[in-house]
Write a protein that binds this ligand. Structure first.
Ligand code: GLU
Length: 450
């Protein structure tokens, strides 16, 4: 391991001791970069690793709103503008009670590398709030979004920072956020937010993009092994928008998503989540706000396993699409004991570092990292920005084809980057290196400005 990387990680551990998720992701990314920084002493001279770990700007604000009972509620809002060396800040907003600065920083740091991998001109950012959308009425969600935007609007814009959705922020919330932005700005600047509805400048294929992109990436991995999605049983975790998109594309390609999970446990459907009725029901479950996957088992009469994760199932491929740290060392051992060959991360940082090192150390296992696999979502957000800038609307085929090409390109550039630095077929290190190089070179070229 490079001395420079070691020193930077040790300093960050001292300085950011109360930010565990942030430290976890920096350590994971920077430990892959040792051969690159060793080969390029100019990066250390420009203190690039130190600079990249420090967000360009952190905005934290109060969000006050009134609930249906007339009680005044106070939440915390965040926007971490991480890096704008290659384009305006870009990344989602997450509404969940677990949101804190460490989580938003980890997501924003990851986003910088992910957005770079797409090859589109987008910098990295993330934001959100500790607001819990569960059990809130539509009016409460709207008032919260309006209050949130009343502060956020001054920090964003089509060439400044372009937020989008993430956990707890879907089409409905984006609509309320954009409506308030439009009102305050007094202008139809719809390129300032992505994931919009089609009637006001959204892009076709955006709702499906993250899940579809993940399966396009999976296809490349399988092709490398002389295999295909057809006939494969796939364990998905989560049951939100990303898992829905993945299950849909898997079904189209003749595979089967056989598990879904939620905070209450997981379902096992040996026939697969393949029919339109089942896929539509996933959307209904999410929209219901119950946050329970058991509803699926009740409706389609399949097995529900309470309080557990689907990693104990023997399948061909595992794709965690839920949230961070869903797979710890103990869960990873179950996956290895079931001789599963493909571990395809989809959610942001779904694997603890300890579990990731363990999985990558397995001779017969292929591990693909989320920042590459789930980049299709933000990639189509980038395509939405282009369409908004040009006041045009591409067809679903045009967007789909671009997405497919971007995912292939992410895979190819990751493979090439790892090979270039003597790391062999290493998709995790390759994505980190390819994502890093573009941002690093842009920062070097622009001098010591940030
Ligand atoms: N939240 C999604 C992500 O993690 C989408 C971000 C975006 O579209 O800007 O990439």
């Amino acid at each position: 391991m490079s001395k420079y990387v070691d020193r930077v990680i040790a300093d960050l551990k001292k300085k950011n001791a109360n930010e565990p998720e942030f430290l976890q992701t920096v350590e994971e990314v920077y430990s892959s970069l040792a051969p690159v920084v060793d080969a390029h002493p100019e990066y250390e001279k420009a203190a690039l690793l130190e600079r990249m770990a420090e967000p360009e700007r952190v905005i934290q604000f109060r969000v006050t709103w009134v609930d249906d009972a007339g009680k005044v509620q106070v939440n915390r809002g965040f926007r971490v503008q991480y890096n704008s060396a290659i384009g305006p800040y870009k990344g989602g907003l997450r509404f969940a009670p677990s949101v804190n600065l460490s989580i938003v920083k980890f997501l924003g740091f990851e986003q910088t590398f992910k957005d770079s991998l797409t090859t589109l001109p987008m910098g990295g950012a993330k934001g959100g709030s500790d607001f819990d959308p569960r059990g809130k009425s539509d009016g409460e969600v709207m008032r919260f979004c309006q209050s949130f935007m009343t502060e956020l609007y001054r920090h964003i814009g089509p060439d400044v920072d372009v937020p989008a959705g993430d956990l707890g922020v879907g089409g409905r919330e984006i609509g309320y956020l954009y409506g308030q932005y439009r009102r305050i700005r007094g202008a139809f600047e719809n390129g300032t937010i992505t994931g919009k509805g089609l009637s006001y400048g959204g892009s076709l294929v955006r709702p499906e993009a993250t899940g579809f992109g993940a399966v396009y990436y999976l296809q490349e991995v399988l092709r490398h092994e002389g295999e295909e999605v057809k006939g494969k049983n796939i364990a998905l975790a989560g049951f939100g928008n990303v898992a829905w998109g993945a299950a849909t594309k898997i079904a189209q390609l003749g595979g089967k998503a056989v598990t879904l999970s939620g905070p209450d446990g997981y379902i096992y459907d040996p026939d697969g989540v393949t029919t339109k009725e089942k896929l539509d029901f996933m959307l209904q479950m999410r929209a219901s706000g119950h946050d329970k996957v058991q509803d699926y088992a009740d409706k389609f009469h399949c097995e529900f396993v309470p309080g557990k994760k689907p990693w104990e199932r023997k399948v061909d491929i595992v794709m965690p699409c839920a949230t961070q740290n869903d797979v710890n060392l103990e869960e990873a051992k179950k996956i290895v004991n079931n001789h599963i060959k493909y571990y395809i991360e989809v959610a942001n940082m779904p694997t603890t570092n300890e579990a990731l090192v363990y999985l990558m150390g397995q001779k017969d296992m292929i591990v693909a990292p989320s920042k590459a696999v789930n980049a299709g979502g933000v990639a189509v957000s980038g395509l939405e920005m282009s369409q908004n800038a040009e006041h045009i609307c591409w067809t679903a085929e045009e967007v789909g084809e671009r997405l497919h090409n971007i995912m292939k390109n992410i895979y190819d550039s990751s493979v090439a980057a790892a090979e270039e630095y003597g790391l062999g077929y290493n998709l995790v290190a390759g994505a980190n290196i390819a994502g890093f190089k573009k941002v690093a070179d842009a920062m070097l070229a622009q001098g010591i400005c940030y």
